[in-house]
Design a protein around this ligand. Structure first.
Ligand code: PTJ
Length: 254
């Protein structure tokens, strides 16, 4: 049991959720590693939703709002960390949810579908009837009703190959990825460099005030290359500032 007073309470609770998800058979082995990589980047960013993240989150909501067949793709980590918020967000914007696994096993698919059903949401993906072209193995499997025919897909914590394959299908791809250097972050149309649970909560708020006029204006002003550059500059400046404090004072506040 982690006491609420622990200075790293939020981060430790997320870690607990990932471990619980792993024990339940929802999170893949590699999901533990992916989470650790995310934690590292979040530490560098400062564990807050910075302006570059908020702008990308608003643009993502705008694009999903204007989409004809928007789909949120969920995997083991996303389910363990944020299933209730994903459901709330999907309802707010009327999007479908589809389970799509990198390390696909039928057992994990079933467990993830059950997890969402327990929370009152039925999701696509248990019975795939289409394939993402140019992707080998079972990770290409998807549904015609969902990802295959979607015009906009939100793929949080996604593998670079699949992001590229979705782009090659002509889809508008939005990702949430704490690593601005990942291939997915570099390939997506909108890259949210933020922690998944913070990002989804912010996006639920942005969805509340969205309308067509606002959505179009937000997207006109949005430039993903600039957002990626801002995220890297933020990390660089923050490290410079911390290094300065290290060398000029005895105390360090991260
Ligand atoms: O459940 P499966 O089988 O679909 O597998 C899911 C994982 C995440 C294991 C799989 O897609 C994978 O291996 O992903 P990668 O290639 O490790 O990419 C995950 C990316 O998400 C990395 O760039 C991490 O930095 C980032 N990441 C990890 N945790 C978070 C995160 N980004 C935002 N929020 C997080 N909580």
């Amino acid at each position: 049991m982690i006491p609420k007073s622990h200075p790293r309470y939020e981060s430790l609770m997320k870690r607990e959720r990932i471990i619980e998800g792993f024990k339940k058979g929802i999170v893949a082995h590699a999901g533990l590693i992916a989470h650790g990589r995310g934690e590292t980047f979040d530490y560098l960013i400062g564990e807050r939703s910075e302006n570059f993240a908020l702008r990308a989150e608003e643009a993502a909501v705008a694009r999903l709002f204007l989409a004809e067949n928007p789909v949120i793709s969920v995997n083991g980590n996303v389910t363990a960390l944020a299933a209730p918020d994903v459901i709330q967000f999907a309802r707010a914007l009327n999007t479908k949810i589809e389970v799509n696994l990198f390390y696909r096993t039928e057992e994990r698919i079933r467990k993830i579908v059950n997890e969402f059903e327990k929370l009152g949401a039925s999701i696509l993906g248990a019975e795939p009837d289409a394939r993402i072209p140019n992707l080998e193995h079972a990770r290409a499997l998807c549904t015609r009703e969902g990802i295959y025919s979607a015009d906009v897909v939100l793929v949080p914590l996604e593998d670079g190959d699949r992001t590229k394959a979705l782009k090659d299908m002509g889809k508008f791809v939005i990702t949430i990825d704490l690593n601005p250097l990942s291939r997915t972050a570099q390939t997506a149309d909108i890259t949210i460099v933020d922690e998944l649970t913070r990002a989804i909560k912010n996006m639920i708020k942005f969805a509340d005030g969205m309308n067509e006029e606002r959505a179009r204006r937000v997207l006109e002003e949005y430039d993903n290359r600039d957002i990626l550059a801002q995220s890297l500059n933020h990390i660089k400046n923050r490290l410079e500032m911390l290094a300065y404090h290290f060398s000029n004072s005895s105390g360090l506040k991260t």
